[in-house]
Design a protein around this ligand. Structure first.
Ligand code: ADP
Ligand code: ZN
Length: 611
């Protein structure tokens, strides 16, 4: 029995998706559906949750019902499925009466294998008659995507999800399956209770995203730091997260002025502008979206090659979620956090004002702060924070393991020089002023205060101002300095800092680090993932294939990644198949895609057309 089940699933993913194997836990998740056992599947973003319910929908007889919270997400998935030759449809409030009629007619005739619906359509008051109708459609199973939306403990609670609790009694013989990327046990328990799951199979995947390269940079000159990052990702898709709308607007305008195709996205824009900008990003009309965290769910663009945080988020959970939007296709991508200790101050003030600053929230903030200022493997830090063990010694994919950071010699001596400068300027100035005095910058501020006459002026001349600001951040995190809660935060000594000034022994094992210099493009070591992902790929050909993909996508009115993922284009540019049969063996080329698009891409591969 077991083997025939496996074989059918394997056939389906090969034939419709062109995939040769399962990702971790996908097979187990699919078998739960085939055997009708309730399940909760927790996989990180990009882990391949959709396939877990899409493939079994083609194996089990009847109609699979998929609950999904966002209209844009539903449409994307249905477009992708249809492109792969899978009969799928959706029902939501954005459709015209005609469209709805044609879908319901199709359902009655049993033409579809998957139906995507919104929670409010399926349950609650509006859902009653629909459920009655649906119960005649031979529903095979119900999958609840983004299931954490049902939990108040999740970061994205949606009241309309609560009504899904009635599904169990409405469809008593039908198994229920929940999917989420939120890992905490509390949320998981809540999902099971709210949905009334019976002895659910729990599958929790690893949260280490091996294809992501993590970097942390103390904020020095944000624009320059962004420029360096963008130079590494010319023409690629990326997200720049900011903490304020004002900064979103300013950076988006600045990027555009610098020839980067970028647009802003935040809750203060009117609906139509917002969705226009989002679409422009999804459809590759622009490369970079500058956004507040309002931009996120529903971003199915799988080839996001970098995510920059120009400011720290309020918890590592948020960071994981937001940075996780990079590299969903499994290819290399970069996640950079550019932070300053003022970010945490801002969060505390804001959360205090809104009455949300509980001890728990404070702890989360503190953990985020620790990640920012710590010096060590970022993958290890994240993985251990989320409660897994990390076995690797060298991840080969973070600033620390790539050797981009270096320890500062005589950290205690350097620390004491900084502390004494903070004392000299009377604990009345911000981090950049202190840094300027220490590196001996004769700027206007320094001169007008006569701080060029202090004994600490130029005391750390060998360091750059940016490096000094980095050290100050690290000393704040280590508890020797603190930043005041004012509108213009000032750096001051803590009790521990005063002690260190008196006695060098107090430093203990204090370590300070800085970015290795000079870090130039050509000197920067490539991450392991990056090297592997480009191995043997003809880059020029890859770009040509991308251009053709874009033309086809435009002509068909779908986002490019619905045509083919980057992973497939890279394989094509590596293997250069010349016949339809060869093309069909390439990762991500299913039977329908080969028939539908094969010749268009072969023409480029054979060099008979150029886009
Ligand atoms: P999630 O919903 O968990 O964030 P997705 O379902 O969007 O992840 O899948 C992420 C990417 O991985 C998609 O591009 C998908 O096509 C691809 N993928 C999923 N399963 C497989 C597989 N078994 N083999 C190869 N690629 C896969
Ligand atoms: Zn590492």
């Amino acid at each position: 029995m077991q083997t025939t089940v496996d074989a059918r699933l394997g056939d389906v993913i090969e034939r419709y998706w062109g995939y040769g194997s399962f990702r971790p836990l996908q097979r187990e998740a699919m078998e739960a559906i085939l055997t009708g056992r309730d399940s909760i599947v927790v996989l990180p973003t990009g882990g391949g949750k959709s396939l877990c319910f899409q493939a079994p929908a083609l194996v089990r007889a009847g109609l699979a019902v998929i609950v999904s919270p966002l209209i844009s997400l539903m449409k994307d998935q249905v477009d992708t499925l249809t492109g792969n030759g899978v009969p799928a449809a959706l029902l939501n409030s954005s459709q015209s009466a005609d469209q709805r009629t044609s879908v319901t007619a199709g359902l009655r005739e049993g033409r579809f294998r998957l139906l995507y619906v919104s929670p409010e359509r399926l349950a609650g008051e509006n859902g009653q008659s629909f459920q009655a109708w649906l119960s005649r459609c031979n529903v095979s199973f119900v999958a609840v995507d983004e299931a954490h939306c049902i939990s108040q403990w999740g970061h994205d609670f949606r009241p309309e999800y609560r009504q899904l609790g009635e599904l169990r009694s409405r469809f008593p013989g039908v198994s229920l399956h929940a999917y989420t990327a939120t890992a905490t046990a509390r949320v998981r328990g809540d999902i099971a209770t709210q949905l009334g799951l019976r002895d659910p199979l729990e599958l929790v995947g690893s949260f280490d995203r091996q294809n992501l390269v993590y970097r942390v940079l103390p904020r020095a000159n944000l624009k320059r730091q962004l420029q360096e990052m963008l130079a590494r990702h010319k023409g690629e898709g990326g997200i720049v997260y900011c903490t304020s709308r004002r900064e979103v607007e300013a950076l988006a305008a600045w990027l555009e002025g610098n020839g980067v195709r970028a647009l802003p996205y935040h809750a203060g824009l009117d609906d139509s502008t917002r969705s226009r900008n989002q679409d422009a990003f999804l459809e590759e009309e622009i490369d970079v979206i500058v956004a507040t965290v309002a931009f996120g769910m529903g971003i199915d663009r799988s080839d996001v090659r970098f995510v920059v945080h120009a400011g720290a988020p309020q918890s590592l959970e948020h960071y994981q979620q937001e940075s996780g939007r990079a590299g969903r296709d499994g290819l290399e991508a970069e996640c950079a956090l550019i932070y300053s200790s003022a970010d945490f101050m801002k969060w505390r003030l804001m959360l205090e004002k809104s009455g949300e600053l509980t001890d728990g929230v404070r702890r989360l903030l503190r953990q985020m702060e620790r990640y920012s200022a710590s010096v060590g493997c970022r993958h290890r830090h994240l993985v251990e924070y989320f409660g897994e063990r990390y076995e690797r010694m060298d991840c080969g994919a973070c600033d620390f393991c790539l050797g981009e950071l270096e320890p500062v010699a005589d950290a205690a001596v350097v620390a004491r020089k900084i502390l004494s400068c903070v004392a000299r300027v009377g604990q009345r100035f911000g981090a950049s002023h202190v840094a300027n005095v220490l590196c001996g910058s004769e700027n206007e501020q320094v001169l007008s205060r006569r701080h060029n006459q202090l004994t600490t002026f130029g005391l750390l001349r060998e360091a750059t101002s940016a490096e000094l600001r980095g050290y100050i951040e690290q000393l704040v995190a280590a508890g020797f300095l603190r930043q005041t809660d004012d509108a213009f935060p000032v750096i001051a000594l803590t009790g521990q800092g005063v002690e260190l000034l008196k006695d060098a022994g107090v430093a203990g094992d204090l370590a300070l680090s800085r970015q290795r210099r000079p870090v130039r493009e050509r000197e920067q070591k490539r991450s392991r993932v990056e090297t592997e992902a480009w191995e043997g790929v003809d880059r020029g050909l890859f770009e040509d294939l991308r251009a053709v993909r874009l033309q086809i996508a435009r002509a068909r009115g779908v986002p490019p990644y619905v045509i083919f993922h980057d992973t497939t284009l890279r394989e094509l540019a590596r293997l250069k198949p010349q016949t339809l049969a060869d093309l069909r063996t390439v990762y991500g080329v299913g039977a329908r895609k080969a028939e539908d698009l094969g010749e268009l891409f072969l023409a480029v591969l054979r060099g008979t057309t150029t886009p």
